[in-house]
Design a protein around this ligand. Structure first.
Ligand SMILES: Cc1cc2nc3c(=O)[nH]c(=O)nc-3n(C[C@H](O)[C@H](O)[C@H](O)COP(=O)(O)OP(=O)(O)OC[C@H]3O[C@@H](n4cnc5c(N)ncnc54)[C@H](O)[C@@H]3O)c2cc1C
Length: 151
């Protein structure tokens, strides 16, 4: 069972993925292989907690000989999704700097002005940290950056 914030994020992204993948295909010609295959839950789907969770989040599952089939769940082919996203943002004129470690944030008067890398400094109006599990090393907020099981 995930926390509410993870559920909220997951459901919001599930709602837009099909359209995102269709738009990426139209714009780049790369098929991310979005397939609404469903998710077969083979255990614990009939526990009270699971039934409550499904009611609260308005999630439906179909009866299946081996468990419960969550028909709305889809999958994408990860390397293809990344290829499509990269192609799309390059077309939009975004510059991607690869293989360049951000060593620290450049902060002045409590405002992040940019990042310091081993090669050069980059400045911008806004900085978004998406360093995954390593984000807390840059943000120095170890207690706030938590790992979440699986996806
Ligand atoms: C074994 C395994 C299997 C998984 N299977 C699935 C699955 O089937 N489906 C699913 O939905 N999820 C799966 N996940 C979870 C999924 O991979 C993560 O939730 C997801 O990748 C997190 O994305 P992110 O962009 O937050 O971080 P990441 O994908 O971790 O990206 C962070 C990036 O930041 C870079 N970085 C970090 N620090 C710095 C720095 N200082 N300077 C520059 N770059 C930096 C890293 O190199 C990395 O490229 C799996 C995870 C694991 C470990």
């Amino acid at each position: 069972m995930y926390s509410d914030v993870v559920n909220e994020l997951s459901m919001a992204s599930q709602a837009v993925y099909e359209e995102l993948c269709a738009t990426l295909f139209a714009d780049t010609g790369i098929d991310t292989e979005y397939i609404r295959s469903g998710l077969l839950m083979m255990d614990e789907y009939d526990r009270y907690e699971a039934i409550d969770w499904m009611a609260v989040h308005k999630v439906n599952a179909e009866k299946h000989p081996q468990g419960a089939l969550f028909t709305a769940v889809a999958q994408v082919r990860n390397p293809r999704l990344l290829k499509a996203l990269k192609s799309d943002i390059l077309k939009r004129g975004v510059e991607i700097v690869e293989f360049s470690k951000v060593e620290e944030l450049i902060v002045e008067k409590d405002k992040v002005l940019g990042v310091k890398t081993e090669h050069k400094n980059y400045y911008g109006d806004n900085s978004i940290i998406c360093g995954g599990a390593w984000s807390s090393a840059l943000l120095d907020i170890k207690m706030k950056c938590i790992q979440s099981r699986g996806r």
